[in-house]
Design a protein around this ligand. Structure first.
Ligand SMILES: Nc1ncnc2c1ncn2[C@@H]1O[C@H](COP(=O)(O)OP(=O)(O)OP(=O)(O)O)[C@@H](O)[C@H]1O
Ligand SMILES: [Mg+2]
Length: 461
């Protein structure tokens, strides 16, 4: 099977957030081989574009030809084209090969710098858009191309229609990133029909490269043989994830994170694997663990790596928890994400202090547990619910976070191996065991259990 090839014809962003760099990351994440034809080199970071050096149009064409003549191009996109000479040269090459083409009509960078000369807008509309399979303007670009002012979804639809019916593109997506409102809505016009793609507007400044990654994602899906509406649908989901998990680097608009698309599922798999191994360790030592099961049962959880661990949905644990059964334990179900609130909140709270501590489990708190932890030299801390400020108590689900923060601060800002929650009326006392992985937590629990057993000969059988 030949791997699909996608080609990006665009500028280089030295900051790695947009342009060629964003496109190649997107292609890789969507399983196509990415090739590139660089139009212009920019000296750029998350704050500003410092210098621009355009390549000669012949050099741009030579790159396109080198790729097309050997690898073949299943779909291509254009990004920053900079001037009319490059636009005309690219249009000629596109015509020669006839591959599907996504035109992202880049005009102005997020930082405000002009990436297309004013006098080149006409060349873009006249020479390139007629060859486009899909054109993906943002609001100001759609306004510049069509001459209409876009203040509503209705006007966005009208602009998309004009780009297809008057300017000759096969389809157009007018993007909603520069609009306002609770949702960021993109409008596709294709074959006389309108399609709407809607995602919650994310309040973040990691939006450097949104347009590039979005059009690259459409290109990758076209290279894979998907229809235009389906390609845009996947691209919308892709860019929403890339924005949500944007990269916190630089002092300006941080880069979007196209790799999130593949990293999150991969890390989910690793977390579930680790939890399964941890559960197996607990089961193999069921007789020891049995005595550590509290009334509320044991749960063990593990979170995604720090940048991806935002809410309790990013933490996996055992649905139904781990109970007692005869002189052993019973694990109610396979681990899953988003099924625990207590242990998940404890992990997320600990990760604020040390992102490497991604796992925890709750066991019963007894004097024996505390003695065993001391004997093993574990780092301990505790919190007392009676000290919880009333304003925290008033908010449902905040106690765990408050308790863990209090205990970590008490331990000098370091996440301890074990935190005692002394409970209160109607709340059984618990011990929370922390570790980098669920397996590490399970092993700590077994060590605690073994010390208790060794100290109490009558428990042995
Ligand atoms: N804050 C946001 N939350 C959710 N989606 C967003 C947000 N900002 C942009 N998008 C989406 O990202 C995609 C790119 O749209 P946008 O209008 O930002 O493009 P652009 O202005 O060309 O970006 P760039 O400045 O990177 O070139 C669209 O699907 C848009 O709906
Ligand atoms: Mg753009």
């Amino acid at each position: 099977m030949r791997v699909p090839v996608a080609l990006t014809i665009a500028g280089s962003d030295s900051g790695g957030g947009a342009g060629i760099q964003a496109d190649l990351k997107t292609f890789a994440a969507l399983g196509v081989h990415g090739a590139s034809a660089i139009t212009s080199i920019t000296a750029q970071n998350t704050r500003e574009v410092r210098a621009i050096h355009d390549l000669p149009p012949e050099m741009v064409v030579a790159q396109i030809e080198a790729v097309a003549d050997d690898l073949g191009v299943d779909a291509a996109k254009t990004g920053m084209l900079s001037n009319a000479g490059i636009i005309r040269a690219v249009a000629g090459a596109v015509e020669k090969y006839g591959f599907p083409l996504v035109v992202d009509p880049v005009m102005i960078a997020k930082s405000g710098a002009r990436l297309l000369r004013e006098d080149a807008v006409e060349a873009l509309v006249r020479d390139l858009i007629p060859h486009a399979t899909v054109v993906t303007p943002n609001k100001p670009e759609a306004e510049a191309i069509t001459g209409i002012k876009i203040r509503s979804l209705g006007e966005a639809r009208e602009a998309a229609r004009i780009i297809v019916e008057d300017h000759g593109a096969e389809a157009a997506v007018v993007k909603g990133g520069h609009m306002t409102g609770e949702y960021s809505i993109d409008i596709l016009y294709y074959k006389g029909r309108y399609y709407e793609y809607k995602a919650e507007r994310i309040n973040t400044n990691t939006t450097h490269g949104t347009g590039c990654s979005f059009s690259a994602a459409i290109t990758a899906m076209l290279a894979r043989g998907e229809s235009i509406p389906r390609a845009v649908e996947v691209a919308k989901e892709f860019i929403t994830t890339a924005i949500r998990y944007g990269l916190r680097v630089g002092g300006g608009h941080g880069p979007v994170n196209p790799a999130a698309w593949t990293i999150i599922p991969a890390e989910k798999y690793r977390v579930l694997e680790n939890l399964r191994r941890a559960i197996k360790i607990l089961e193999e030592n069921g007789r020891i663990v049995n005595r550590l099961v509290p009334e509320v049962f044991i749960n063990i959880g593990m979170a995604l790596p720090a940048p991806y661990a935002r809410t309790i949905d990013d933490v996996a644990a055992v649905p139904g928890r781990i109970g007692r059964y005869r002189d052993s334990i019973i694990v109610k179900a396979e681990p899953e994400f988003g099924v625990s609130s207590h242990v998940a909140r404890a992990i997320l709270a600990a990760m604020k202090y040390d992102p490497s501590v991604r796992a925890a489990a709750n066991i019963a708190y007894t004097r024996e547990v505390e003695e065993a932890a001391k004997k093993l030299g574990l780092v301990e801390s505790s919190f007392d619910r009676r000290e919880e400020p009333p304003e925290v108590k008033a908010v449902e689900g905040k106690t765990t976070e408050w308790g863990i923060s209090t205990a970590v601060e008490r331990a000098g800002g370091r996440v301890p191996d074990i935190i005692y929650d002394y409970g209160e009326h109607g709340k059984e006392p618990l011990a929370l065991v922390f570790g980098k992985t669920a397996v590490e937590v399970a092993e700590k629990i077994i060590r605690i259990g073994k010390v208790i057993e060794a100290n109490s000969p009558w428990l042995r059988r």
